[in-house]
Every structure is written in structure tokens, then in C-alpha cells.
Design a protein around this ligand. Structure first.
Ligand SMILES: Nc1ncnc2c1ncn2[C@@H]1O[C@H](COP(=O)(O)OP(=O)(O)OP(=O)(O)O)[C@@H](O)[C@H]1O
Ligand SMILES: [Mg+2]
Length: 104
């Protein structure tokens, strides 16, 4: 019996994190996702940063996702499906200090 997948329909998960801010997590995650998509893998990037989500800026898209029924549909750019708190609420950019957010 194959093991239960943590997210239904997602074969492989890569978590990018650190115990310190501003060390390049988003840069690594964005470049990893685009590289995997270019290699032909169906790739999604979830920006779970609630304090200063900057994946929308890095991925060059800042639209508001649509919902089909009760499911929010991810945006897509560079062949990567995207979801970020930054898409859902413009106010999230105010959850962190202005200096920190301005460095994107
Ligand atoms: N390998 C690198 N060499 C030099 N600068 C880098 C490198 N990777 C990222 N940076 C720069 O460091 C800064 C922080 O990068 P990034 O936003 O990816 O970090 P982060 O860990 O996601 O930050 P935060 O904790 O604020 O979410 C950015 O200005 C980015 O351009
Ligand atoms: Mg980050």
C-alpha cells in the first residue's frame, strides 16, 4: 500500500524555511519552483509567509485569484502555479514593518 500523501494529488513536497529572516528563503523557493517547471514538472509554489509575502513581487503577478465554487484557484506565471497571502489581502503588506517590506 502506498503511503498517504500529505496533500492529495501532490507527489513531492519541498519546504524552504529557516530560523532567521532575510537569508534568501523566497529567492531559493522561487528559483527552485521555476527551475522544476522548466524541467517539465508540474509545480506549485505556496508562499506561507503571513508577515511579508513577497512571492507576488518575485513572480511578477499581483492579481486577485478567482474562486470556482468554494475553491480558490491559483494564479500562474513562468509555468508555476502560485498561491500567496499577498494575493488574498493587500493589507498583509502592512503586517510587517515598512523597512522590512520595502526590501521585498
Ligand atoms: N544568494 C544570494 N546572494 C546575495 N543576496 C541574496 C541571495 N539570495 C537572496 N539574496 C538577497 O537577500 C535579500 C533577502 O532575500 P529573500 O527575500 O529571498 O529572503 P527571505 O529569507 O525570504 O526573507 P524574509 O525572511 O524577509 O522572508 C534579497 O534582497 C535578495 O535579493
Ligand atoms: Mg521571504
Amino acid at each position: 500500500m502506498s503511503p498517504k500523501l500529505p496533500i492529495s494529488g501532490v507527489q513531492n513536497l519541498i519546504a524552504v524555511g529557516s530560523g532567521k529572516g532575510g537569508v534568501g528563503k523566497t529567492t531559493v523557493a522561487v528559483n527552485l519552483a521555476i527551475a522544476l517547471a522548466k524541467l517539465g514538472y508540474r509545480t506549485g509554489l505556496l508562499d506561507a509567509d503571513v508577515y511579508g509575502p513577497n512571492v507576488p513581487l518575485m513572480m511578477g503577478t499581483n492579481q486577485t485569484p478567482n474562486a470556482i465554487g468554494e475553491r480558490i484557484q491559483p494564479l500562474s506565471n513562468y509555468g508555476v502555479k502560485l498561491m500567496s497571502m499577498g494575493f488574498l489581502s493587500p493589507a498583509t503588506s502592512r503586517w510587517c514593518g515598512a523597512a522590512r517590506c520595502s526590501t521585498a
